[in-house]
Design a protein around this ligand. Structure first.
Ligand SMILES: NC(=O)N[C@@H](CC(=O)O)C(=O)O
Ligand SMILES: [Zn+2]
Ligand SMILES: [Zn+2]
Length: 481
């Protein structure tokens, strides 16, 4: 493969301009001195960020490709500066079995223009045996739609996953040094990703909102009251309770309520305190082997779980007033929240990562009335520019963007070679023009979804080049394939 030199690049947190050599899909050298290669690309003093990682996309492939395919979805990703996406399991069929998981991997390999990883699906029908089979395929996580199941069922699902986790940890077959492939799945922590909304609260509130219809008819705004903030808060509490009960890492996706975030923060503080205390105990007991073993057993991960959070651009930038203008086009789960209950960019530093929840549907499916319209907003091609606009306003800095859109998702989902501009890391890079101004124009997008509550909104700052595995695949909105 040829050596490409990215000339005159600015790197976040570093002074001056650098030359970056890309070779064999890796970052081979970074230097202020002139570097030589087969091809030079002038970055013109623009900023290079690690390729963005989206931990939450719905590419609808297989089965629902009329909404999006791995091809169009990944092109939209590249256009938005993303070089890795993690796809959700709710396709047709869903990736709830090892067979369907492998099938989707094949599809993605054939069609995707960016790197990918898959979340596995799990529901009340998933057996321990099937979950174990999928776990060995190294999914990013197991995704649970908590809004679709009753609490007792959710307990059973968490329990089944914890049985698999313990089986894997103790399996002599998998612990063999020689069994590298399987070990990969074993060494990776099992994570549950949860969509947190409480089913029974939604059902009750929806019934109430539908009764309002008899008095004044329903508007899209009613959808946000049919799935109230209290439903997310209750569900976040329960997910944490189950994660602690079964000692499993939890990733809460598309968090949308300020008080839900507070609960996670408090919980993580308690966990950190416990870890510190256990560490001190372990040091104190160091000389006494029996005690030490006993302590380690007692620790057994209990309390040592990690709870992470993810937020969408629409929950950061919009509140439920948006329904007035965009009606059901802005319908999504969890819904856009009332002002005061919602999250804003001011909260971003307390959230681990941004997941776009790119959830494309056809315009027809989006316009079937308040209750029957499909929930979901496409975001891959608006996300970065929305955030860069905030950088230009002085509300956030590029360092934070690098953390929540690159570093943190890489660390959380086992993408060790990604998320940083450093020698030895994968040559996944996005070049941004921080001053480029424009308006979101749906006709310039690659996603099949032809709607957005950000349509025609002005932005300042845009991805102008995307490199995937050392290859330039997007330049000024054009995809090379
Ligand atoms: N976010 C949504 O409103 N919809 C998602 C499902 C989901 O993430 O809950 C979809 O698949 O369309
Ligand atoms: Zn969801
Ligand atoms: Zn989603």
């Amino acid at each position: 493969m040829s050596e490409i030199i990215l000339k005159n690049s600015k790197i976040v947190n570093k002074k001056g301009e650098y030359n970056i050599k890309l070779l064999d899909g890796k970052i081979a050298e970074i230097s202020k001195e002139k570097l030589y290669g087969d091809e030079e690309i002038d970055i013109d003093g623009n900023i290079v960020l690690p390729g963005l990682i989206d931990p939450h996309v719905h590419f609808r492939d297989p089965g629902l490709t009329y909404k999006e395919s791995f091809k169009t979805g990944s092109m939209a990703a590249a256009n938005g500066g993303f070089t890795t996406v993690i796809d959700m399991p709710n396709t047709l069929p869903p990736t709830n079995t090892a067979k369907d998981f492998k099938e989707k991997e094949k599809i993605a390999k054939n069609k995707s223009v960016v790197n990918f990883k898959l979340h596995a699906g799990v529901n009340k029908k998933s057996t321990v045996k099937e979950i174990e089979k999928i776990a060995k395929l190294n999914p990013a996580s197991f995704k649970i739609f908590m809004d679709l199941e009753k609490d007792e069922i959710l307990d059973k699902i968490f329990n089944n996953i914890s049985i698999v986790k313990n089986n894997l940890l103790t399996s002599p077959e998998l612990n063999k040094e020689s069994n590298k492939e399987l070990n990969k799945g074993l060494n990776k922590k099992i994570i549950i990703t949860s969509h947190c909304e409480n089913k029974s609260i939604i059902e009750e509130s929806t019934k109430k909102q539908k009764q309002v219809f008899c008095i004044r008819g329903n508007t899209a705004l009613d959808y946000s009251y049919a799935r109230p903030s209290s439903s997310e808060i209750a569900s976040v509490r329960y997910a944490i309770e189950l994660a602690k009960k079964y000692s499993i890492d939890l990733h809460i996706c598309h968090i949308s309520v300020l008080n839900a975030l507070k609960i996670v923060k408090e919980e993580n503080n308690l966990i950190n305190k416990k870890i510190k205390k256990n560490n001190i105990n372990n040091i104190n007991n160091k000389t006494n082997k029996d005690n030490k073993d006993k302590n380690n057993k007692n620790n057994c991960n209990c309390g040592e779980i990690l709870i992470s959070t993810e937020v969408t651009p629409h929950h950061l930038f919009l509140d439920n007033f948006t329904f007035k203008k965009y009606e059901t086009v802005a319908k999504t789960n969890p819904p856009l929240r009332p002002l005061g209950e919602n999250l804003t960019v001011d909260n971003l530093k307390e959230i681990n990562m941004i997941g776009t929840d790119h959830a494309p549907h056809t315009l027809e499916e989006k316009k079937k009335g308040v209750w029957n319209s499909a929930p979901g907003i496409p975001n891959l091609e608006t996300c970065l520019s929305l955030l860069l606009t905030e950088v230009n306003k002085g509300k956030i800095d590029l360092n934070l963007i690098q953390k929540v859109m690159c570093e943190n998702s890489a660390k959380r989902f086992g993408l060790d070679k990604k998320g940083e501009i450093r020698v030895g890391k994968d040559a996944d890079i996005v070049v941004i023009d921080l001053k480029k101004e424009g308006k979101f124009n749906l006709d310039e997008f690659y996603t099949k979804a032809h709607y957005s509550p950000f349509e025609n909104q002005k932005y300042v700052g845009k991805a102008i080049k995307t490199f995937v595995n050392g290859k330039l695949i997007m330049e000024n909105g054009e995809i090379y394939n």
